[in-house]
Design a binder for this molecule. Structure first.
Ligand code: XMP
Length: 326
């Protein structure tokens, strides 16, 4: 019979068998899969595991803290945080083309992670116990989709983390590769992973960088971060988190419109709410969020985020629209 407790026991045992005394590295993103995978490996081998979290500055309010503080407290993992916020901002300065943004963010991420991985190999490994394994949060549907890959493939063959240099050859540990998402969440709860992480909705790797339409800078990120936090708070308060697949909040940073706030004319930016309902993100419908919830979000954002004077709703299904705007 399937219980999260039994699954954890079995997986812990097989991870111990697999890695022996070797040291293990895990790239932590703050998402469900990498967090649960890390917590599981931590339970199995304790401080033989080191996690690396790259803070690219494109996360939402509270997310870096959830990883750096709450996750570490709950699991006791050895965490290396790389503060790469400046570096990403510099690389993105003035860039407006969506594909170029994706490419820059992906490349920077790999470079930063690569350097962190070298440092971990250097600092934590020794000849008898080299850093030999990399944890991946691959789930069963990913395995099926990619045609059932090899168990311990070279990292380069995997689509989530690619392009590591030849002198960093890790074998992969994919402890979640037999599980579906809902099972991963149950395993996460069993392991004491914080609920805000276990129930997290999908969030793109390039983060808020692809939710600012126009160039990304620190000020725009701060505006979007506040608007996004309000929308998330109200959707949660209304009990809609499990009905909505995700709700990107998008800042139209190069658009201004006239408004009136307090007793003055304003010329501020619009934000777009993009709540969607979906089974797998391949297709999606715009979610019918109750009007009163939309009204509360709109009122709060325009009251509390000075630079935003208009909130608009995206009522496009996928296709033809994608979920994200970039
Ligand atoms: P789209 O916009 O293609 O999004 O309809 C489908 C799902 O994928 C997420 N998404 C991404 N995730 N890197 C990611 O890790 C990306 O570049 C990216 N683009 C989209 C999106 O949030 C949605 O869940």
């Amino acid at each position: 019979d399937w219980t999260p407790g039994h699954v954890v026991e079995d997986l812990v045992e097989s991870i111990r068998e697999q890695v022996g005394e070797d040291r293990v590295l895990c790239a932590l993103s703050g998402g469900v899969d990498s967090s649960v995978a890390a917590a599981l490996v931590q339970k199995a081998i304790g401080d033989q595991l080191t996690c690396v979290f790259v803070d690219h500055g494109l996360l939402r309010e509270g997310e870096a803290e959830q990883v750096e503080t709450d996750f570490v407290e709950a699991t006791g993992v050895d965490l290396v945080v790389v503060d790469a916020r400046e570096r990403f901002l510099e690389a993105l300065a003035g860039v407006t083309d969506p594909e170029t943004k994706h490419k820059i963010i992906g490349e920077q991420f790999i470079r930063v992670f690569e350097q962190a991985a070298r440092d971990v190999v250097h600092d934590r490994g020794d000849e008898e116990h080299p850093v030999k394994w990399l944890v991946q949060g691959t789930l069963y549907p990913d395995v099926v989709e990619s045609g059932g890959g090899e168990g311990a493939a070279n990292i380069k063959s995997h689509h989530n983390v690619g392009g590591l240099p030849d002198d960093l050859q890790f074998s992969l540990i994919e402890p979640l590769r037999t599980l579906f998402k809902d099972e991963v969440r149950q395993v996460g709860l069993e392991l004491g992973v914080p609920e805000v992480i276990v129930w997290r909705q999908p969030f793109p790797g390039p983060g808020l960088g692809i939710r600012i339409i126009g160039a990304v800078d620190a000020e725009r990120l701060a505006i979007l971060r506040r608007a996004d936090a309000i929308a998330r708070e109200e959707l949660t308060r209304a009990g809609l988190d499990r009905d909505i697949w995700q709700c990107p909040v998008v800042l139209l940073a190069d658009v201004r419109s006239v408004g009136v706030q307090g007793d003055g004319r304003t010329y501020g930016h619009p934000v777009v709410l993009r709540p969607v309902a979906s089974e797998d993100a391949m297709t999606a419908d715009w979610a019918r969020v109750p009007y009163d919830v939309l009204a509360t979000i709109s009122t709060r954002i325009t009251n509390e985020v000075e630079e935003v004077n208009r909130v608009v709703l995206d009522v496009t299904s996928k296709p033809p629209g994608t979920i994200e705007w970039e």
